[in-house]
Design a binder for this molecule. Structure first.
Ligand SMILES: [Zn+2]
Length: 150
């Protein structure tokens, strides 16, 4: 299954907040980041996870990196599927492999991010909501494709 190709943009309106960046034993500068294996929440609502996965997959492309990421659970998913790019919604920035952690391993993301996503999805179609903001950031004609909001 080929993931949808995200749109590219290099500009953010404000300093981005980062979510879903993990500790890498081989990179000392990541020592203060969380390990996703500590964040697994098997009781997390499946419907919220599904909505979140869709949201994460709809992010806009921000940066390319050299080399692919890898799943910290070593579950066998290919590094290619984990991606090598950063995505954004104009406020938060996350690695494109983050959806995999939520979907496959029930890795719970911080409450402030979950609250942000909930608000974005509730107000997606409102004036000044996510679609309008993204439209403004990225140009009206390149606004987000219609997403299904359950
Ligand atoms: Zn995995």
């Amino acid at each position: 299954m080929k993931p949808r190709e995200p749109r590219r943009d290099e500009h953010l309106a404000t300093a981005p907040r980062l979510v879903g960046y993990w500790r890498d034993p081989d990179a000392p500068r990541t020592a203060t980041l969380p390990d996703p294996r500590d964040l697994v929440d098997p009781k997390w609502s499946r419907s919220e996870r599904r909505r979140l996965v869709r949201y994460l997959q709809r992010g806009r492309l921000l940066h390319d990196f050299q080399g692919f990421s890898w799943c910290r659970f070593r579950c066998g998913v290919s590094d290619r599927r984990m991606g090598h790019r950063d995505l954004t919604d104009g406020v938060y920035v996350w690695p494109e492999g983050l959806a995999h952690y939520v979907k496959a391993h029930a890795v719970r993301l911080p409450d402030d991010f979950l609250a942000h996503v909930r608000t974005q999805l509730e107000h997606e179609h409102a004036p000044g909501g996510l679609r309008a903001r993204i439209g403004k950031l990225f140009g009206a004609k390149r606004g987000m494709p219609p997403g299904r909001v359950p």
